[in-house]
Design a protein around this ligand. Structure first.
Ligand SMILES: [Zn+2]
Length: 919
């Protein structure tokens, strides 16, 4: 699954993900994490329902989290009657069971399902009625009059269920262009809302699905349609081919007036590829149709195993869901803003993000689909690997896109998440359903990918790939654990890699490696190394921790030459002798190509030496990584804030887009840290530093410019026009926004978000009214998203109040209009007003939000930076959030974020004030 990016930065530097992926800013599953829940008991289950009371005494106790592993399915036949115009569906499921012994009762997963009837047939084929028993929210049981088994048996259940209008999980429906569509999303554990099932990933078996749908509609699922027959009442039946073995979370389908765009054939088996789109939107799928096949081919080349399924459909879901894309075998789903764009609205950025996400989802067809983790503690075997494969694949697909630099940026972000005392570990124990939700976070994705990058580099690309081949071949169509993976890599590497991997998989945190260069006469130059856990100032975490860190450095040998040296740092102290060095090196780059997952601290004059020539001897990933480390070392009080700002400026000017954006990121400051009255100075600093670049690029594309210039333009404008509040650019933005409101071609689509946001900052009632009216009128999801997000940036309290009333009304789906609250919560000048409203309407908001997302609303309170509000957040949310799924972890992270802000403000404020005073 690919999530909407988590982002707790209050600056706008990492804007592209949030804005590219829609409205649920920072509300993706698992932006939060907490160690506090590790020792928690399983979440209390609701008391068994009334029906359970009537169950005979021999009913075994309701499971609390997992099913009995002894009773297994061997396959499903499922028929679903789905009419997207209705909010109910009907199902008939036949489950082939393997019973280890004679039994009179079986528990399955099932949620919100109403059973009409059930039967059980033993190996002798004799059928008898089965009695359905409601267990807790997640379980449904079936009792038999006579013992059944041991051996094969078939349980048949007729039932009905709900098609949700509000959720983005289970089976849900969405109206688009006047038509209703229904879609499924089962990962991690929502298949149970659509069929009584063994809804755990270790039960990996074939499914044969039949969809009964209105005659005029189309239906798609994991496999091709085998047979289509008319059915009574204006319906038709689509019988899909039996799938290869799949866990329940990968079963998928979509129903509606859908259209298929032919994207040719791809891979060694020349499987058909299609893009499935809502009615009338075929022209928007051109880019997806062009790149899907080539990306699939590159993945096949890496794995050495052909794409394992019969066909590949990529299905667009027109909804502001809480997730971005999902790797269902043979039927990958994407939110429509990712996969589709009208030609006149399309941007390079959207296309690149689509290609990256497609590489991630298609990598899952092997990592996750072909080989599946048996339980959610090993979800990193899916997500870390798909995220890591995404980089290598895109690097081959488009070498000039700078995928390796993007990986360094991902590393910087995940290290920030990993520096929280409440950070999860990659292989976190799963004690309850909330833990499963929490597992889809920046640690599983970003840290996991960064750790794999490090070990691939340390062990060697070929050996690592050979290990992956072994792992895939050995476990194809089955399940495998972390131990299985480590065994395969160890065999290929010729050494046991488990101990070093484990220090990252089983332990939270980022190692901080400090290095001191010693050059003594008659001896080889040596780096003295020491490690401990990196912690930001104000953290209540412990700096204890010991990792096996592959440390690789590069060093200057004079005359433009550089040497390289590596060691595995396994103890608290160690050393790295620069064996090949000729004399004392001019400089030492403490993390060669930024492959290592550690923050590096150069003691003494190490940083000054490194930056003597503006860092020109360093590679781009190294410079970008160095800026990320500098910002982190400022947060831990190892480097004054002023030094990081100076370092960023010394990297400029640069023709390189990645370096300019990394410098902007390093010099962006949480405005809450600024001493009283210094915000105008900070804005002048941004204008002075990046204004020349902004003016050079301007507010419209130039003929013949490079892709990098086109991509850099909006990023620089965010810094100078929006964050820096440049008056000239603000006036131009307002004029352009007014034009755009009547003529959509007046602004380059890549610039629409920044132009509308900048205009909204100073919006008066008239402009606000026009933007709001357009948002209400627009039938275009992307356009409506642009407007609603920009409206969230207004600063006038009267307009903020108006927005909040609009959000509570019926004009918009709350999943789209939530930006009207999240925007003013981020901004210090509007925060109090928005917070008061937030608290007053909290219960109503939770009730209207998708079921499993309510807890994440609390993160809106994480922007505060003072003790009084911290107390208030604790008092108000402490009573409410822990009651929601995943809520304890979310609350803990929210409070820790506020605590860290308070401490950072105290630690950095003075240095920032001194530096900015001259602006
Ligand atoms: Zn994924």
């Amino acid at each position: 699954m690919r999530l909407r990016e988590c982002n707790t930065e209050t600056d706008r530097m990492d804007y592209r993900w949030r804005k590219a992926l829609g409205a649920l800013v920072a509300l993706s599953l698992g932006c939060a994490s907490s160690k506090h829940e590790q020792q928690q008991q399983p979440a209390p289950q609701p008391a068994p329902q009334a029906q359970a009371a009537t169950a005979p005494a021999e009913t075994p106790p309701v499971p609390t989290l997992r099913l009995d592993p002894q009773v297994r399915p061997s396959g499903y036949e499922l028929e679903l009657t789905v009419d997207p115009n209705r909010d109910q569906f009907a199902g008939v499921v036949k489950i082939a069971l393997e019973l280890p012994q004679a039994t009179r009762f079986v528990w399955l997963n099932g949620q919100e399902l109403e059973v009409q009837s059930a039967t059980i047939a033993g190996a002798d084929g004799k059928t008898s009625p089965a009695r359905a028993v409601k267990g807790s929210e997640d379980f449904i049981g079936f009792g038999f009059e006579q013992p059944v088994g041991p051996g094969k048996a078939t349980l048949e259940v007729k039932y009905t269920g709900r098609i949700s209008d509000k959720d983005s999980q289970g089976l849900f429906r969405q109206k688009e262009g006047g038509d209703w569509y229904a879609f499924s999303q089962f990962e991690p554990d929502d298949a149970r809302r659509v069929l009584p099932s063994f809804d755990e990933p270790s039960f990996k078996v074939p499914f044969q699905l039949t969809l009964k749908i209105p005659m005029a509609l189309q239906g798609y699922s994991n496999t091709p349609v085998e047979q289509e027959t008319p059915a009574a009442g204006g319906f038709k039946k689509l019988r899909f081919a039996r799938t290869k073995p799949l866990p329940s979370y990968l079963l998928a389908f979509g129903v509606g007036p859908l259209e298929a765009v032919d994207a040719g054939r791809a891979g060694k088996n020349q499987v058909p590829v299609r893009i499935i789109v809502p009615h009338g939107r075929a022209a928007e799928a051109a880019y997806a149709a062009k790149v899907t096949g080539p990306i699939l081919g590159l993945l096949e080349d890496y794995f050495g195993i052909p794409y394992p399924y019969e066909k590949l459909d990529q299905l667009s879901i027109p909804i502001a869901t809480g997730w971005g894309a999902m790797e269902n075998a043979g039927l990958v789903t994407y939110v429509s803003e990712l996969i589709l764009a009208k030609p006149e609205q399309d941007t390079l950025e959207r296309q690149r993000i689509f290609a990256e996400v497609a590489a991630h989802e298609l990598a899952h067809q092997w990592f996750g689909d072909l080989v599946t983790m048996p339980w959610w503690n090993d979800i990193w075997l899916n997500e870390s690997f798909a995220s890591w494969m995404e980089v290598g694949t895109i690097d081959k697909f488009a070498p000039d896109w700078g995928a390796q630099v993007e990986q360094v940026k991902t590393r910087n972000q995940s290290m920030k998440a990993d520096s929280l005392a409440t950070a999860r570990v990659i292989r976190q124990k799963i004690e309850n359903r909330g833990d499963i939700r929490n597992a889809f976070d920046g640690i599983t994705y970003g840290k996991g990918a960064s750790v794999l990058t490090m070990f691939e580099s340390y062990l060697g690309k070929e050996r690592f790939q050979a290990g992956i081949h072994r792992y895939m071949q050995k476990h194809a169509y089955g399940n495998a654990t972390a131990d299985d993976f480590l065994a395969s890599i160890s065999e290929a590497a010729g050494r046991d890699v488990a101990p070093m991997f484990s220090t990252y998989l089983q332990q939270a945190g980022v190692p901080r490696v400090s290095m001191k260069l010693a050059c003594e006469a008659g001896q080889k130059p040596t780096l003295q190394l020491s490690q401990r856990r990196y912690l930001p100032t104000g953290s209540k975490g412990s700096s204890e921790g010991l990792w096996q860190v592959p440390v690789c450095v590069r060093y200057g040998q004079g005359a433009g030459k550089a040497g390289e040296a590596c060691t595995l740092l396994t103890e608290k102290q160690g050393q790295l002798v620069l064996e090949d060095a000729k004399g004392c090196p001019d400089w030492v780059m403490p993390n060669a190509q930024m492959k290592g997952y550690y923050r590096a601290l150069l003691e003494g004059d190490g940083l000054a030496r490194l930056m003597k020539q503006g860092g020109k001897q360093l590679s781009l990933p190294e410079r970008v990584g160095l800026l990320g480390d500098a910002k982190a070392l400022t947060a831990s009080n190892d480097l004054p804030a002023a030094d990081t700002l100076t370092l960023a400026q010394r990297m400029l000017p640069s023709d390189d887009r990645e370096l300019v954006t990394a410098a902007m990121s390093a010099s962006s400051v949480n405005v809450d840290y600024l001493p009283q009255g210094m915000r105008p100075n900070y804005e002048r600093f941004l204008r002075k530093t990046y204004g020349p670049e902004a003016r050079k690029l301007g507010l419209s594309p130039k003929k013949g410019e490079s892709q990098d210039q086109a991509l850099l333009r909006p990023e620089v404008l965010w810094t100078v026009a929006y964050s820096g509040r440049d008056p000239q650019l603000a006036a131009q933005s307002k004029a352009l926004a007014l034009k755009w409101l009547t003529d959509r071609s007046a602004v380059d689509p890549a610039l629409v978000p920044v132009v509308l946001h900048t205009a909204a900052l100073g919006a008066d009632e008239a402009l606000h009214g026009r933007m709001l009216a357009e948002a209400k009128k627009s039938q275009d999801r992307r356009e409506r998203g642009w407007l609603l997000e920009a409206l969230g940036a207004v600063r006038d309290p009267k307009l903020v109040a108006k927005n909040l009333q609009v959000m509570m009304g019926e004009d918009f789906d709350l999943r789209e209009s939530y930006t009207l609250l999240s925007g003013p919560l981020e901004e210090p000048t509007t925060r109090q007003q928005a917070y008061d409203f937030f608290k007053e309407n909290y219960d109503a908001l939770v009730a209207r939000f998708p079921r499993d997302y309510g807890a994440y609303l609390t993160m809106g309170a994480s922007h505060f930076c003072d003790a009084a509000h911290r107390e208030d957040v604790q008092a108000f949310f402490g009573e409410r959030t822990p009651k929601l799924p995943g809520g304890k972890r979310v609350l803990a992270q929210t409070l820790e974020t506020v605590d860290l802000c308070i401490a950072q403000k105290a630690a950095q404020g003075e240095s920032l004030g001194r530096y900015l005073a001259k602006y």
